[in-house]
Design a binder for this molecule. Structure first.
Ligand SMILES: [Cu+2]
Length: 693
C-alpha cells in the first residue's frame, strides 16, 4: 500500500527532484523527455475534496479553470480553453452533450475515482490528439492492475468526504480482483451538495448531484493486453449560474476497448471508444422561473461520440519512431421547447456532425548524449455537416425566417485539410541544467457550434459572456504558430522549471459584432417582445490573436521534513487585428506552499495570490476584477496502512473576492445582482477519510 512518504508534501505534480545524472544510470539515459514534457497529478495522492477535476489544473504551471458551475469547470491552459485544449478520458476524446459545455470532457473523469491526470507542458506532441493547439490533458481511471502471480488478489478502497461551504458529501469506492492474466474492477461514486456560501450569502443555484458506476475487465497473455470498460454517468439537478439554464440531467453511457502489444522493439496501442450522452437543461427548475410562462424554456440535447486511436512505436538505439492514425466522430442534436406551450420549438442543431481523420509520425531522437529532439508531423482531415432546421419563431418572425431559409439553402458541408508540425529540443548543459526550446504549427477547425448555430442564442460552447451568437458556415481553421523556451534546473535542494511562450494565432475564431442584419433585428425584436436588454448579437468570425507569457514551478527543501514549493503564472491574450484584449484570460497569479511531511503526517499551508485583471475584452464587454489573496490549510494523518484522514480549510480567512474566470450571474438571487461577476466561495472546512485494503 501507499505510505505517507509517497504523499510528500502534497505536491501534486512530479517535479524533477532528482539530479539528471544518477550515478548508476548509463549516460544514454541522461535526458528523459517524459520528465520535462508533462506534469502528472495522481488524484490518489491529492488531498482535495472538490467534485470538479478541472480545479486540480490550478496545481500545474500554466493551468487554470473557467468555472460555470460546481461540475462545469473548463480547463484553461496558457490563456486558451474550450475545444482548443485537447482532453482525453480513458483514451476517448469526448464531445460534450451540452452546447455550452455544461459537461466539459474532463467532467467525465471524476476525482473520487482514482484518476491520473497528465498535463503536457506547453506544446503537446502531435501523437497525443488532434487539434490540441492550446495544450493537452490526458486522464486515465486507475482501477487496479494485474498482479504478478496466478493467485487472485483483492484490493479495494472507499472514500468519504464532506465539506461545509455547500454541505457536500461524497461516497466513492472500488474493488478489484486480479491475478497475472485477469483483472476485474468495479467502482461506484455518489456525490451531492447544496448551494455554495460566500461571505455575503449564497451563490444560487450551485447545488449538484452526480452518480457514477464503472466496470473494467482486462486480460493479459504474454505481450498482449486487452481491456474493456464501461462507465455510466448520471448527473442530476446541478446549477450553472453563469449560464442561462441549469442542468436537469446528464445520462451517459461510455464504452471503451483497448488492445496493446508490447514486443521487444515494437509496441502497438489501440483504443476504441464510443459514448452516448443525453442532456436536459431548463431556465425554470432550479433558478427562479421567468415570470411570463411564455418565456419558459427547456433544451434537450444529445451527442454520439465514436473514436479510434492507433499507434505503433518502434524503439532503436537512438530513440523511437511513433506512427499512428486516429478518428473522431461526433453527432449532435438540440431541441428547445416550452412546457407551457406545446406549439413552441426551436431546432438548435439537427444532426450537426464533425469528423476528424488524422495520421501522424513522430520521432524522438538522441542527437548526442546531451541533445535530444522530438519532431512530429500530423495531417488532419476535418469534415462537418448539419441538416436543415426549423423553429416556431422562423414561421412567424421575418428575421428568423430569413436566418432559417438562408441556413437551409446554403451548402453546409465543410472540409479542411490541416497540417501540424512540431519540433522540440532538450540540451543538457550539465547534470543540473537542461535547456529546452520548442516550435509548433497547429490547426483547429471550427466546432459545430461555431459553424452551425443559426439563430442568435447564448449557446457558445464555453464563453458565458451573456451575448447571443450566431455561427458562420465559412469559418477557416485557426492556425497557431508557437515558440517556447525554458530550462529545468535542479539541485539537491532546489529545483525550478521556467518556460516562456509566444503564440500567434491566425484566423482565431472569436465573436465579433454581427454584420448579419437579420440576426441583429431578431435580437432587437426579442428584446421588445420580452422586455429584455440583450446587446446586439456577435457572430463567430476569423480574427487574428496573440498569446504570450511565462510560467514556472519550483521547490526548495529545507530539511527532511520541511519544504517550500510554488507556482508563478503570467499570460496575455490580445487581438492583433484591432486594439483589444481576449476574453476570460487568467490574471497573473502565484502560489506558495509550506509543506511538512513526516512518517505519518503531511501538512501544508498555502498562500494563493491573484493580481487585478485589467486586460479585458471590450468586444465581450468583460469587466475588470481586483486581486485577492487566499490562505488554504491541509493536514493528513495516516493512522495505518488502511486508514488515512484528511482535514483542511480553503479560504481560511473567509475572504470576499471575485474570481475573474467565474463568469457572471445569470440567475435571480437576492444576494448577487444579475449580470455581476460571481463571487468566490467562502471559508470551506473539509474532512475526508480513505480506507484501503
Ligand atoms: Cu446544458
Amino acid at each position: 500500500m501507499r505510505n505517507t512518504t509517497a504523499l510528500i508534501g502534497l505536491a501534486c505534480f512530479a517535479l524533477p527532484h532528482t539530479p539528471l545524472l544518477a550515478n548508476e544510470a548509463p549516460i544514454e539515459e541522461v535526458i528523459v523527455v517524459e520528465k520535462y514534457s508533462k506534469r502528472t497529478i495522481l488524484l490518489e495522492d491529492t488531498l482535495s475534496v472538490s467534485p470538479d477535476t478541472a480545479q486540480l489544473l490550478k496545481d500545474v504551471p500554466g493551468g487554470n479553470v473557467n468555472g460555470n458551475g460546481p461540475l462545469t469547470g473548463i480547463p484553461q491552459y496558457r490563456g486558451m480553453y474550450g475545444p482548443r485544449i485537447g482532453v482525453t478520458v480513458n483514451g476517448a476524446a469526448i464531445a460534450p452533450a451540452g452546447p455550452n459545455w455544461m459537461d466539459p470532457p474532463l467532467s467525465y473523469a471524476a476525482p473520487s475515482q482514482l484518476v491520473s491526470l497528465e498535463v503536457y507542458r506547453g506544446i503537446a506532441p502531435v501523437s497525443v490528439m488532434p487539434e490540441s493547439i492550446g495544450g493537452a490533458i490526458v486522464s486515465n481511471t486507475k482501477l487496479g492492475d494485474f498482479s504478478e502471480t496466478d493467485d487472485w488478489q483483492r484490493t479495494g478502497r472507499v472514500s468519504f468526504s464532506g465539506q461545509t461551504v455547500n454541505d457536500a458529501s461524497l461516497f466513492g469506492g472500488m474493488a478489484s480482483f486480479a491475478n497475472q492474466s485477469h483483472h476485474i474492477a468495479v467502482a461506484a461514486m455518489s456525490e451531492q451538495g447544496e448551494d455554495q456560501s460566500f461571505p455575503e450569502g449564497k451563490i444560487r443555484p450551485t447545488e449538484f448531484d452526480r452518480q457514477r458506476g464503472e466496470i473494467a475487465y482486462g486480460y493479459r497473455r504474454d505481450a498482449h493486453t486487452f481491456e474493456l470498460g464501461y462507465t455510466r454517468n448520471e448527473t442530476g439537478n446541478t446549477g450553472t449560474p453563469a449560464l442561462p439554464m441549469d442542468i436537469d440531467y446528464f445520462d451517459g453511457d461510455l464504452f471503451r476497448a483497448n488492445y496493446a502489444y508490447a514486443g521487444d522493439s515494437w509496441s502497438i496501442n489501440t483504443q476504441l471508444n464510443a459514448s452516448e450522452l443525453v442532456h436536459g437543461m431548463t431556465k425554470y427548475h432550479l433558478r427562479p422561473a421567468p415570470q411570463s410562462p411564455a418565456q419558459w424554456r427547456q433544451n434537450t440535447t444529445d451527442v454520439d461520440n465514436l473514436g479510434l486511436h492507433v499507434t505503433a512505436q518502434r524503439d532503436d538505439n537512438l530513440g523511437h519512431w511513433l506512427l499512428g492514425a486516429d478518428y473522431q466522430q461526433e453527432e449532435h442534436d438540440g431541441l428547445i421547447d416550452n412546457p407551457n406551450n406545446p406549439m413552441f420549438f426551436v431546432e438548435g442543431f439537427n444532426n450537426a456532425s464533425r469528423e476528424v481523420v488524422g495520421v501522424f509520425v513522430e520521432r524522438e531522437h538522441r542527437l548526442t548524449d546531451y541533445l535530444v529532439s522530438e519532431i512530429g508531423l500530423r495531417v488532419n482531415h476535418v469534415t462537418s455537416d448539419a441538416d436543415a432546421v426549423d423553429a416556431t419563431p422562423a414561421r412567424m418572425m421575418p428575421p428568423a425566417m430569413m436566418l432559417r431559409d438562408t441556413f437551409n439553402a446554403t451548402d453546409r458541408k465543410a472540409d479542411d485539410t490541416n497540417i501540424d508540425a512540431t519540433a522540440k529540443v532538450w540540451w543538457s548543459q550539465n547534470e543540473n541544467l537542461v535547456w529546452y526550446a520548442g516550435l509548433a504549427r497547429k490547426n483547429r477547425s471550427a466546432s459545430f457550434v461555431e459553424r452551425y448555430l443559426w439563430l442568435p442564442l447564448q449557446a457558445t460552447g464555453r464563453l458565458a459572456d451573456g451575448f447571443t451568437y450566431t455561427g458562420n458556415l465559412t469559418l477557416k481553421p485557426e492556425q497557431s504558430n508557437e515558440i517556447e523556451f525554458g530550462a529545468d534546473w535542479s539541485h539537491k535542494q532546489f529545483s525550478m522549471s521556467p518556460r516562456v511562450f509566444f503564440r500567434d494565432v491566425d484566423d482565431f475564431i472569436q465573436g465579433t459584432p454581427s454584420a448579419n442584419a437579420s440576426a441583429v433585428m431578431m435580437v432587437r425584436m426579442m428584446n421588445m417582445a420580452n422586455g429584455t436588454t440583450n446587446p446586439d448579437p456577435l457572430q463567430f468570425n476569423n480574427v487574428d490573436a496573440r498569446f504570450y507569457g511565462f510560467d514556472l514551478d519550483w521547490r526548495a527543501s529545507i530539511n527532511d521534513q520541511w519544504s517550500i514549493s510554488g507556482l508563478l503564472n503570467y499570460v496575455r491574450g490580445e487581438r492583433r487585428d484591432i486594439d483589444d484584449d481576449l476574453y476570460r484570460i487568467a490574471p497573473p497569479n502565484a502560489s506558495i506552499q509550506l509543506n511538512y511531511a513526516a512518517q505519518r503526517v503531511d501538512a501544508s499551508l498555502e498562500l494563493v495570490a491573484y493580481d487585478d485583471q485589467t486586460h479585458v475584452s471590450h468586444t465581450n464587454r468583460e469587466a475588470q476584477t481586483d486581486g485577492y489573496t487566499l490562505i488554504n490549510l491541509t493536514a493528513a494523518y495516516q493512522f495505518s496502512d488502511r486508514l488515512r484522514l484528511v482535514v483542511g480549510a480553503e479560504n481560511l480567512l473567509d475572504e470576499s473576492y471575485l474570481d475573474h474566470l467565474a463568469g457572471y450571474n445569470r440567475a435571480r438571487n437576492p444576494d448577487i445582482m444579475l449580470g455581476s461577476r460571481l463571487p468566490g466561495t467562502g471559508r470551506n472546512a473539509f474532512l475526508r477519510a480513505d480506507i484501503a485494503w
